[in-house]
Unconditional design. Structure first.
Lengths: 301, 247
């Protein structure tokens, strides 16, 4: 199996899938990547870090086995890097320990907050909550990113968020905020194309594709370390779209992917599917589509 | 209160300071994530009380026991206490002990992997039993219940033995027979078995740091039948022991 570095040097896009519980047995099945056709191959897997925080037992054994077979991207959903309250020490220890075991080729989380307080009691919101894009939050988030990068010794990728509320105190535009984070901390960005479409639907009067392309134009290519592709359940006009990762990638998603690759080059790409999960074979076919699109784009460059 | 605290308060306490539709999505996400987490850590309780009461109880737990680790797998330790106060379960007290068992099994599956230090077993041939301590695997757990929790658990988790286990559970419930249970993990899968009073006392004496010799004498005085020769190989096989240590 090629390393992720080899993909980059050959100007090819590494294609991965998000590994979820129902597919644990499939990913370790011996036939995959040995006798399987090209259409059934993946180049890496991405896991939600928190699903492997157990110190031992079956999940720890599984992630070790997966890491022996594939390059692994650790995608966290609970770091809450934009939190004004501190990130719990126990969480950071668990993440750091997991990173040591897996040696991920990518580590990422979101431009979001999760840690806070209710009546003086520490609480983790259990969700990715939107932050106001302003100088104060920029500095705070940069400090948190710095701390995590120092602790793990890995560069973080920060993912743009899909949201259902817009904090009042934003004075910067999202892209400026994210780019400033990369300048302050040397972190990279994980661009989730589906989140752009969801946000366009929820907060913008501009057509989704136009909104997303304009957004992508504002991101310098050298900071982009990964692309996420996903789908969401369509909603009636005027309703808020939910980033439920429950559908195949939409036509808008594929068009944006082409555009993003033209702009950012051979960036590792992940098919993210969490709800209404298809069979492993169907998931791999979706990954294969991404490979075809990426080859068309990269061969035309 | 800063803006982030305001939003989190609104999500947990259903405040209306925020735009209603957006806030409702975060509130539904929170509840769905919480239910999903407890479905994993309390699978037997879910089967016993059904989806609706389970979701209601989870919602109640969220009001009094905030997630605070960033790992949903660690949340819900206080679920059994909450269930014990639900009027709907007042006539089903065994459910509370099943909840305790579910969470012990769940946490057992997350414990650090350990292996018996076989080299230390040579001390048995070199030292007097009064000079030796047995260090138990720190992950093992004991649950004492007034109900046949093992059979109830097995009836709901092991389809091959469901009918037999259910029958046994019903018989024991009718005769008010409770159980002492040992929860352990030989390899990756947490297991449970019944232990008698002698083994329970033995394990407690070992946990208290008694020497092997003194513990055996104590059981003898209490007229409790316990054989170290029989127990030790089983304990090694079941990964109940960490090591032997000279005192």
């Amino acid at each position: 199996m090629k390393t992720i570095g080899e993909f980059k040097s050959e100007n090819k896009v590494a294609i991965g899938v998000g590994l979820r519980h129902p597919h644990y047995a499939d990913v370790l099945a011996p036939s995959l990547n040995i006798e399987a056709s090209d259409s059934m191959q993946i180049d890496f897997v991405e896991v939600h870090s928190e699903n492997f925080f157990a110190q031992g037992g079956a999940s720890r054994a599984l992630i070790k086995e997966v890491a022996e077979k594939y390059p692994v991207s650790l995608h966290s959903t609970a770091l809450g890097l934009g939190s004004k309250a501190s990130i719990a020490g126990g969480y950071l220890e668990s993440l750091s320990e997991l990173a040591n075991i897996v040696n991920p080729f990518l580590m990422s989380d979101h431009a979001a907050f999760s840690w806070s307080e209710i009546e003086g009691e520490s609480v983790h919101a259990g969700d990715l909550l939107p932050i106001a894009f302003n100088e104060k939050n920029l500095k705070n988030m940069a400090n948190n990113i710095d701390a995590v990068q120092q602790l793990t010794g890995k560069r973080l990728l920060i993912e743009n968020l899909s949201a259902y509320l817009q904090p009042k105190d934003s004075i910067l535009i999202e892209t400026d905020f994210l780019v400033a984070l990369t300048e302050l901390t040397q972190c990279g960005l994980l661009i989730d194309l589906n989140n752009l479409v969801v946000n366009a639907n929820n907060f913008s009067d501009i057509p989704a594709l136009e909104y997303a392309k304009d957004w992508l134009q504002k991101i310098p290519a050298h900071v982009v370390g990964e692309i996420h592709l996903a789908g969401f359940t369509p909603v009636a006009e005027g309703e808020l779209a939910i980033d439920d990762h429950s559908q195949p990638i939409s036509d808008h998603g594929w068009q944006l992917y082409e555009f993003a690759l033209q702009r950012f080059g051979a960036v590792p790409t992940l098919i993210e599917w969490d709800n209404n999960l298809p069979s492993w074979q169907e998931l791999l076919l979706e990954a294969h589509k991404a490979r075809i699109v990426s080859e068309l784009v990269m061969n035309n460059e | 209160m800063n803006d982030q605290q305001q939003l989190v308060n609104a999500i947990f306490n259903t405040s209306s300071e925020f735009e209603e539709k957006g806030l409702a999505i975060y509130q539904r996400n929170l509840q769905a994530n919480a239910v999903r987490a407890l479905q994993i850590s309390y699978p037997t309780v879910l089967k016993l009380i059904g989806d609706d009461l389970f979701a209601y109880a989870t919602k109640q737990l969220l009001k009094v026991d905030f997630p605070n680790s960033g790992d949903w797998g660690l949340w819900g330790r206080n679920f059994p206490d909450l269930l014990s106060n639900l009027p709907a379960l007042q006539e089903y007290p065994s459910v509370i002990d099943i909840a305790r068992l579910d969470f012990l099994m769940h946490m057992q599956g997350r414990e650090k992997d350990t292996a018996v230090d076989m080299a230390s077993m040579t001390l048995l041939a070199e030292c007097e039993l009064d000079q030796l301590r047995l260090i138990l695997n720190p992950a093992i757990r004991i649950l004492e219940s007034d109900y046949p929790v093992i059979e109830i658990y097995q009836a709901n988790t092991q389809s091959d033995y469901a009918e037999t286990s259910l029958h046994k559970a019903q018989q024991k419930l009718a005769n008010n027979i409770g159980q002492k249970c040992l929860i352990y993990r030989p390899q990756y899968k947490p297991l449970i078995r019944e232990i008698d009073s002698a083994e329970l006392n033995w394990l407690q004496l070992m946990q208290q740091g008694s020497s092997i010799g003194k513990a055996l004498d104590t059981l003898l005085i209490q007229d409790q039948k316990f054989s170290l020769e029989t127990w030790l190989p089983l304990a090694i096989q079941q990964n109940l022991i960490f090591s032997l240590k000279k005192m």
